[in-house]
Design a protein around this ligand. Structure first.
Ligand code: PGA
Length: 263
């Protein structure tokens, strides 16, 4: 079974309401995805999710491959958690996916692998697709511990999933030292880690591991994407900075399409 190719745009804490709407319209105008092209996932900030869902729904023709994702969710379903947003709330808006475990959440908001594991479960319980982020820090790579760190993250967050659950997860490998820094992993480094992650997923659920998309994230841009997306176990990208420009995001979708149609 061919692994789905996905290009996901993580807008982080950028854009106001007007700009967010304009960006979605520009993306709709610039990206043409056929039934076999990459899936396109847009992850705007919470306040603009509903508007993004509505804009995509209004442009449904040929947009079956588009999805809206949140950038985070809380692990509980409801209750006294001021300021938080739960998986069922996202579901009720028509959101289909959610990024969890992003390194910025781990670094600035103290998110642990255990909390992230609960978020993954909450999303799966409510029929949303978790985009689970993992990746090592610079000091961990320099000391040669990158595989160990990523294996630990994956085991804690995904190790208890059933094969049916794992089959609904997307993994994003995002080396922390490459996020927003302009320093990208080399295609060789990315290939090596994606193959390693694939092997870890096979340990959890051998029957479905080969169909889990593994996205690369970290300073992925049109000028470096072709080499990355050509990698066998690199099934697309989680894009930050370059997702804020319709031109560069559309170019990344095209590059992924070309890389995978010739693979
Ligand atoms: P970047 O961000 O593309 O700006 O490095 C990627 C991400 O954080 O998902």
């Amino acid at each position: 079974m061919k692994v789905k190719t996905i290009i996901a745009g993580n807008w982080k804490m950028n854009t106001g309401a007007k700009e967010a709407g304009e960006l979605v319209e520009e993306l709709l105008a610039n990206i043409k995805t056929g039934a076999y092209g990459p899936a396109v996932v847009l992850a705007p900030p919470f306040p603009f999710l509903a508007d993004t869902v509505q804009r995509l729904a209004a442009a449904t023709k040929g947009r079956q491959q588009w999805m809206v994702a949140a950038q985070n969710c809380h692990q509980e379903e409801h209750g006294a958690f001021t300021g938080e947003v739960s998986a069922p709330m996202l579901k009720s808006l028509g959101v289909q996916a959610c990024i969890v475990g992003h390194s910025e959440r781990r670094q600035y908001f103290g998110e642990t692998d255990t909390a992230v594991a609960k978020k993954v479960s909450a999303l799966l319980r409510h029929g949303l697709m978790p985009i689970y982020c993992c990746g090592e820090r610079l000091d961990e790579r320099q000391s040669g511990r990158h595989r160990e760190v990523v294996a630990q993250q994956i085991t804690t967050a995904l190790g208890n999933l059933t094969p049916g659950e794992l089959a609904r997860v997307v993994v994003a490998y995002e080396p922390v030292w490459a996020i927003g820094t302009g320093v990208t992993a080399t295609p060789q480094q990315a290939r090596e880690m994606h193959a390693f992650i694939r092997a870890e997923l096979r340990r959890i659920a051998p029957g479905v591991a080969d169909q889990v998309p593994i996205l690369y994230g970290g300073s992925c841009k049109p000028d470096n994407a072709a080499g990355l997306f050509a990698g066998e176990d690199i099934n697309g990208g989680l894009i930050g900075g370059a997702a804020l420009s319709a031109d560069s995001f559309a170019a990344l979708v095209r590059i992924a399409q070309e890389a995978k149609s010739t693979a």
